[in-house]
Write a protein that binds this ligand. Structure first.
Ligand SMILES: C[S@@+](CC[C@H](N)C(=O)[O-])C[C@H]1O[C@@H](n2cnc3c(N)ncnc32)[C@H](O)[C@@H]1O
Length: 202
């Protein structure tokens, strides 16, 4: 990603309303006490919004140790979404690759990712891992640029194609209103298959 400090500064200012909208959307559909994993969390602004404003139990993961260092430092900032209550329910931040997630199977209720998937070296491996760490019936919600709308981000991976062969299936792709009245992003929702044994039990 290059300069983590510059990305931190700019995203804090320019993406604030985006993070607020995404966090509110996740909170609407997350069960009470839900465990959330954010992959490609960068400097942690969305993770802190989900934890600080909505009380969710959040783990943020990023490939870049400099981003994770920024995220950990941001928890204590008075202007972060955690505010002065940084000790209470702050997210946990870890360095890791979406293609080799350091968590046991079925750990999370929701996996969230924003503006990160087009950076993944192997999106199919990333989606397979997301499927593995989601509980059966859990959902992944991914926000990405819509293909072609931003010149620097022409190549956006197709989640339906990359989910093939994983335990995830695409259940919805909708334009996301941001910024202002434009819809530069899309919201992609994927669901992890139920285990056959769970189906038999319900
Ligand atoms: C454009 S930034 C987005 C950060 C944050 N999600 C946001 O919306 O501000 C993309 C992030 O994805 C991370 N990333 C890229 N490849 C990754 C991978 N394979 N696993 C985990 N994170 C990755 C980068 O290090 C970077 O922090």
């Amino acid at each position: 990603m290059g300069d983590a400090a510059a990305y931190d500064r700019h995203s804090r200012r320019l993406l604030r309303s985006f993070y607020r909208g995404v966090a509110a959307d996740i909170a609407r559909v997350a069960p009470t006490g839900a465990r959330i994993l954010e992959v490609g969390c960068g400097p942690g602004h969305l993770s802190m919004q989900m934890a600080g404003a909505h009380g969710l139990d959040v783990t943020g993961l990023d490939l870049d140790p400099a981003m994770i260092e920024r995220a950990q430092g941001n928890v204590g900032r008075p202007d972060s979404a955690m505010g002065a209550d940084s000790a209470m329910g702050a997210p946990t931040f870890v360095v890791g690759d979406v293609a080799a997630l350091p968590f046991p199977d079925g750990t999370f209720d929701r996996v969230v990712s924003t503006l990160s998937m087009h950076h993944w070296a192997d999106p199919s491996a990333g989606l397979a891992e997301i499927g593995r760490v989601l509980r059966p019936g859990g959902r992944a919600m991914i926000w990405e640029f819509r293909p072609g709308v931003v010149p620097l981000h022409r190549h956006v991976p197709d989640p339906a194609e990359h989910a093939r062969g994983s335990s995830l299936r695409v259940v919805g792709v909708t334009p996301w209103r941001w910024p202002w009245r434009f819809s530069l992003a899309q919201r992609i929702e994927l669901m992890r298959d139920q285990n056959p044994t769970d189906d038999a039990e319900t």
